[in-house]
Design a protein around this ligand. Sequence first.
Ligand SMILES: Nc1ncnc2c1ncn2[C@@H]1O[C@H](COP(=O)(O)OP(=O)(O)OP(=O)(O)O)[C@@H](O)[C@H]1O
Length: 302
Amino acid sequence: MTAVLEARGLGKRYRRRWALQDCTLEIPAGHVTGLVGPNGAGKTTLLSLAVGLLAPTAGTIEVCGGVPAGGAEQLAKVGFVAQDTPTYANLSIEDHLRLGAHLNPRWDRSIAQTRIERLGLDPTQRAGKLSGGQRAQLALTLGLAKRPELLILDEPVASLDPLARREFLQVLMEAVAEHDVSVLLSSHVVSDLERVCDHLVVLVDSEVRVEGEVESLLATHHRLTGPRRETDSLPADQHLVSASHTDRQSTLVVRTEAPILDPAWTVTRLGLEDLVLAYMEVPSADTRRNGDARKPALEVLR
Ligand SMILES: Nc1ncnc2c1ncn2[C@@H]1O[C@H](COP(=O)(O)OP(=O)(O)OP(=O)(O)O)[C@@H](O)[C@H]1O
């Protein structure tokens, strides 16, 4: 497996607070990877480390086989659409495309022009006059026309309405199918990622809680419901993710490769959102040490 991003013990600290801690990850090439977590989880920090806008406090990170921002060749390999899809308000769409061509050695003029035409945008329009959705589409066009190996997008749809969100993700999916590009995008809305991602990283409280191929995560996680019992009686091959109890009933989320044979349990499959929420209930290493419980804090949109 070729990795587009490899982090080993990666961490970033601001004064005494870790924004990202002990992050070890391998994100495979040829996938659309979703980075999901609540506000303040460390998503922007991880993505900023990946593009070299931040330097690690601890550990190492390699992107497309190189050190982030380690020279012109590395910069050409990685496209980045920052949070809120920034553009230059006073420049027209065609000015943005000219700038892109000037700054990027692998710039593909025909990708840029075709996308602007397909979107029905007027090339003479100033970016400041575009709607949020159109501005996001312009930023995506710039990122794709750069022909990067890896395109990184930080919360690209966060400020868009549901229709513009859907259109943006649709264009992204088409682009991934047409061009040979790996994508890493962050969101705090699981349903957005569910539509487009085949690989997932869940980040909560500056820690990676779980990562893997969506299909395999869905196949190995189960919700067990049955008469109340203590969780320490589970078989060794069942890894407990979360547990809740009433007086008479226990509901567990477990991860296991093996079949669940205990007839006392009713076993149901989890959707991606429930899977992510289960990991968000897991206390962070800090709170585990302090013995506090944590509540999930994920925004759920349907
Ligand atoms: N420049 C900074 N100085 C101090 N603390 C920071 C700085 N940037 C981020 N942090 C802190 O690091 C933590 C992680 O922030 P980060 O922006 O990476 O989270 P995020 O998951 O991207 O959140 P959001 O979804 O709100 O964008 C937060 O607690 C944040 O307050």
